[in-house]
Structure formats: C-alpha cells, structure tokens
Design a protein. Structure first.
Length: 410
C-alpha cells in the first residue's frame, strides 16, 4: 500500500540539493516509503542505490571514513553529465557521527549526489544533527496513518472521500455513515500503524501492538541509555492511563520511587521516540493562568491502548472521551502544526481542551466531548470574554442537539 501524500511530498524534494531526511517511529512505514521512491527513480531511469546502516559491514566502513560509502555504489566521478547519484540510506542514525557523514557528502558532492535518509528515532537526530547541517537538510516526519489514510489502506477509497465530505457537514447522513463510524471506532481502538491496520483479526492486531511495545520501545530505551528498563515501561503505562491530563513529574517520581529529573528524562526519550507528545499551556494573563504543567498525549491510540491493556469495544469503554480527545490532538496537530497547539486552564479550574494560535490574541478553541449534551457553552464564558477573537467549537462523536456554539467534526 502507498501513502500517496507522503510519497508525493518526498518525491517533490528530489529536485532539491538538500538531503531529504525522513524520521518517525519504528514500524511506521519509512523503509517501505523510500523503497517506493526507489521504484519511481527506477522508472525514471535514474541511478540509485539502497543501503542500510543496520548492515555492520557498511556501518564499519563509513565510520572509518564517510567516502567509503562509495565502495558500495557508483563513484560520483562516474555519474554521467546531467544525472545524479541517488543514495537511499536506511537507519542513518546508526552512524557514529551522522552529522559529519552527511555534511561531508553535501559539501563535497552536492552537485553529483542526492541523499534520502531515514532515521527511526528523533532522539538521535536531535543529539547528533546539529547546526553543521543547517541549510543542508530538510526533515520530513512520518507518523501512524491518519484516518483518511487508514480507510485507503483498507481499500475503501470511496469511504475515504465520503469521510472528507463529512468534515464539512455537521449532520451528514450519507449512505455509508454507519460503515464509516464502524471503521472510525476500530481506528480509535487499534490506531494507525500500517501493520496493525492490515492485520486480519483483532487478535492479530493486538499481537502486533504488543510486539511494538515489547521489542521496539525496548530497543529505543536501550539505545537511549535507559538504565531502569522496568520503570521506563511502568512510566509509559502510567502516562497511558492519564492521557489528556497534566503531567506532574514529582508525583510520577514518588509513585515510581525515582527522581523527578529521571522522569523528565524518560518522558523526553518517549517524545523523541515518537511515543508521546507534551501539550503546553496557553498564556494570556500570567497572573490568572498559572498552570505550567504540560498535558500528555500519545501519537497513536493503539499504542496507548496496548499500554493500558484495554482493547474493549468502544461502546463498552469508560474512556471514550479520552480516546476521542487523543485523536483530536493528533488531528489538530496535523492540520495546524503541533507548535501552534496549546491548552488553556486558569488557577481556579476553568479549562479549554485545545487552543490553536493563529496570531496575536487570535485563533481557534476546541472543547472535546464524547456527547455534545455534556457541552455547556456558558461554562466557557470566562475564556470567550478574555479572548473574544478566538472562535470556540465543540467536537463530539455524538451530536444530539443544536448548540449555541457550532459543533464540528475534524
């Protein structure tokens, strides 16, 4: 299956001299994507090589000297005039110094060589890809499938188009609405990792998710130097059970009998491994809006649910609102960019789930309720009075009545 949008974005950058660096969680489809890119290069008659730094022979060679990469490819001097040598390098973060490796290739061979590289964890990218690569790279992020892509992977292209139409109509009653809602509930339970989406049964989906936690999270922890592996996983489970809530490192540390600084470091590793994200508060009046603690959300609902060991049917769950809120967080991040996304909370407990900053004291505000009956517009008058230029919406799975504030889907 192809992630058409991601593939087109990466393909469009082939004409640029900067390195194309694709990062994202393990098993999200980065290797598949660059191999599909290789197929396009092959069809276009381009010169390309695929190499992985998980191969110890290649890794040892380039660690001795970056130009040893050409022991496994055509020499740049042999590239015909008007052509380029495309190097597709998987797991580039395993190089002893990936920044120096990529810097040398760019500075010396940018006219002849174009690099497309993948990296499983932003932790390594963050630590090793510093200012020496400024202007020499563009980083692309690949996350678990959106619901739109989920339907495409299910070979339900018509449903995918209909779902997009639903986003613009509050009470859409299309012929496949029930079927789309059924798929959406599956998506909320099992998430968007490609192998999970393509698994045939619920049991198979659960096994794939357990493998993601037991093998790949463990690998990220090991390579990041986590010393207390068991507590790292205990922390991940605690965070999964409080997704959408504020994170207090000292309280978590007391529960796990570990220092708050260690908790912060482990959460940082989870962020850089694309497991969780932290949502920071929105400040307009620092005296009244004193909350400084971030909220935690998971990049994938399926990963969150395997950590809570809860794959119950959506209708039977006590955490329907939390699952919907976690979905909305990821959806808003894709629509508006994670950096513009915050939450609002005052010292006396008034709160709005999501704030999207679009300018100085200008933007959008979203409150998430499983059922819109629970949405009481008057409850948010302090926010609307303080920020009259922020339009307030309610996002709900069940729309049962008309509200004075518009009810929307995402």
């Amino acid at each position: 299956m192809k992630r058409v949008g991601a593939l087109q974005t990466l393909q469009a950058h082939l004409t640029k001299p900067q390195h194309s660096i694709l990062i994202g969680p393990r098993q999200v489809g980065k290797t598949t994507l660059v191999k599909q890119l290789a197929e396009i290069l092959e069809q276009q008659g381009e010169i390309w090589y695929y190499l992985t730094f998980e191969d110890p022979a290649i890794l040892d060679a380039i660690n001795l000297h970056p130009e040893n990469i050409f022991n496994y490819t055509m020499l740049p001097s042999a590239v015909p005039v008007g052509k380029k040598l495309y190097l597709i390098i998987d797991e580039v973060q395993y190089a002893a110094n990936p920044s120096n490796f990529l810097k040398l290739l760019y500075d010396k061979y940018a006219a002849q060589v174009k690099v497309i590289a993948t990296g499983s964890s932003a932790f390594y990218i963050d630590k090793n890809f510093k200012d020496s690569l400024a202007g020499r790279k563009r980083v692309f992020e690949l996350f678990p499938l959106s619901f739109h892509e989920f339907l495409q992977f299910k070979q339900e292209d018509k449903l995918s188009e209909e779902w997009l139409e639903m986003q613009h109509r509050e009470k859409y009653q299309g012929p496949n609405r029930v079927k789309i809602n059924s798929f959406f509930e599956e998506y909320l339970i099992y998430g968007g990792y490609p192998e999970v989406v393509l698994a045939g049964t619920d049991k198979e989906k659960q096994e794939v998710l357990k493998e993601l936690v037991n093998s790949y999270m463990k690998k990220d922890a090991l390579e990041a130097g986590v010393r207390e592996e068991q507590k790292f996983f205990q922390l991940a489970r605690l965070l999964a059970n409080q997704a959408g809530n504020m994170v207090n490192s000292n309280e978590l540390g007391n529960t796990l009998k570990m220092a708050g600084a260690t908790v912060d470091n482990y959460i940082y590793i989870m962020q850089k491994s694309f497991i969780v994200n932290l949502l920071t508060p929105f400040y307009g009046n620092l005296r009244k809006e004193l909350t400084k603690m971030p909220k935690v959300y998971f990049n994938d609902n399926g990963l969150r649910n395997v950590l809570t060991n809860n794959f119950s049917r959506f209708s039977d769950r006590q955490d329907k609102g939390e699952l919907l809120e976690n979905y909305v967080y990821n959806r808003l991040g894709k629509l508006h960019g994670a950096d513009s996304l915050h939450y609002w909370r005052t010292a006396d407990g008034n709160e709005v789930d999501f704030i999207v900053e679009q300018g100085i004291r200008l933007g959008l505000a979203y409150e998430v309720k499983y059922n819109d009956v629970a949405f009481k517009p008057n409850k948010y008058h302090k926010f609307t009075e303080a920020y009259p230029d922020f339009k307030l919406f309610c996002i709900s799975a069940v729309v049962s009545k008309e509200n004075t504030i518009e009810v929307v889907r995402l």
